[in-house]
Design a protein. Sequence first.
Length: 503
Amino acid sequence: MTVTTDLVSYDEALESYDPVMGLEVHVELGTRTKMFCGCSTELGAEPNSQTCPTCLGLPGSLPVVNATGVESAIKIGLALHCEIAEWCRFARKNYFYPDMPKNFQTSQYDEPIAFDGYLDVQLEDGEVFRVEIERAHMEEDTGKSTHVGGATGRIHGASHSLLDYNRAGIPLIEIVTKPIEGAGERAPEVARAYVAELRELIKALGVSEARMDKGQMRCDVNLSLRPNGTTEFGTRSETKNVNSLRSVERAARFEIQRHAAVLSTGGTIVQETRHFHEEDGSTTSGRIKDNAEDYRYFPEPDLVPVAPPREWVEELRTGLPEQPLARRNRLREEWGVGAHDMQSILNAGAIDPIVATIEAGAPADQARKWWMGELARHANETGRPLDALPITPEQVARVTALVAAGDLNDKLARQVIEGVLAGEGTPDEVVDKRGLKVVSDEGALTTAVEEAIAANPGIADKIRGGKVQAAGALVGAVMKATRGQADAARVKELILAQLGVEG
C-alpha cells in the first residue's frame, strides 16, 4: 500500500486515466415528524429534546412508517424517471457507532422503492449529459456527534464527544447513481451539475428545502480511475458528506489528481472513505470502507412491507411539476436571455424569486435586474441565499412599479430596497419615512437648473457652443442639489431648453 499526498496535474491525470464516478446523495425530507415515530423534525431545538423510545431504540418500542415520507420517496422516484416497486421492504443495516442509538439503521437494501431511472443535466456550455440512477431508497438519519478537544473537530484526537439524537430518525432518501462513465475531463463539472439539477428537482417537488448549508442535502463522491482504453473499473474512494456544489466539483477533481499520482508511481488505491476539507479542497483518509455484507443486512421484522397501490402512484405522477431543465429552457425563451445568463440566474438561486416577482406584476427584465443586481450583491455580502433575504417578490415588484410610475429613479429605488432589507417597512413606508420620492415639481426643478447654470458659467458656454455632452456636469449638480431625487432625463431637457440648445 502506498500512501501519498502528492498530486499530478489535472491534464496529466486525464492523459493516462479515465475517471468513473458514482454519486450518492442523501436528502432530508421536510416532514413534520420522523420516519418511524412522532417526534418533531424542527431544526434548532435543545439537544435531545426531540426524542422518544422509538428513535432512541429503547426496548419494547415499535416503529410506524411515516406515510408522507413514503409519498415523498415515490415523487422523487417518479421525477427521476424510475420504476416504482410494487412491493418493497425495510432492512436493518447493522453497525455500531455512537450516533446510532439502536446500533442499526432502518434502511432499504436489495428492495428499494425506486430504481432504474435517469436525470438529464445541462453543463455550462449547454451540453446535456444523462446520469443514470441505480436506486432511490428510504432510510433514517443518524444523530449528530460533536467531537470536543481535538484540533480538527473530528474524533481522532478529541478528548470527548457530545451526542444529540434530535436528528436520529429524520426521514432520508438516498439517491444512488449508476457508474458515471464517459464524462472524461468534464467529470467534476458533471458531478456538480448533477447535484445542482437534483437539488432543483427536489425543491420543485416540495419534499425538502434541500439546503446543503444546513445538511438537508449531502453528497458522497465515489471516484475511481482506469487506464484509458480499458473497461474494468479501478478501486474507488468515497469522499463523504460533501455539502456544497463547489465542493462536490473540487472533491472529484482532487481525487482524480490524487488517484493518478498514486497509480502513476505503481502504488495501489485503498478502498476507503475520505474527508473533504473546504479550506484547500483536499481530502484525507477516513477509514477502510466496509463492503455491503459487513453490515449484515436482514429484513426489518417490526415493519410490514410497503406496497404502494398503482392508482396512487399514477395519481402522484400526474401531479408532478415541470422538470427544472424544461422549465429553465421555457423561461429562457420567454425572458429572451442566453444560456450563459440563465446559468448565472440558476447559480444565484434567483429563478424562483424572479418568477414570483413577475407573477406579482413586474416586467421580466426589471425582475431580473433587481434580483441579479442589488439583491444578489446584498446576498453575497451577508452570506445569505437570495430566497432568505428579508424582502418579498411582491415588495420587489412594488419597487419596479414605483420606478415605472416615475416616483423613483434607480438610485432612489436602491435606497428603498436597502430600507426594506433593514426592516424599515414596505417600499411605500420606506419612501415616506426617508422622503425618497422623485422631485417632479417643474418649478422646483427649473429653479435648481437655473442655479446650476449660474454657478457653472463656463460649462454653460460650452453647451451653448455645441458640446451637448457637457450637460452631464450640470445634471450632476442638479442631482446633488436635489439629493438624487430628480429625474435626470427631465433635468437634462430643462438645461438644454434654458440654454437654447436642441438635444
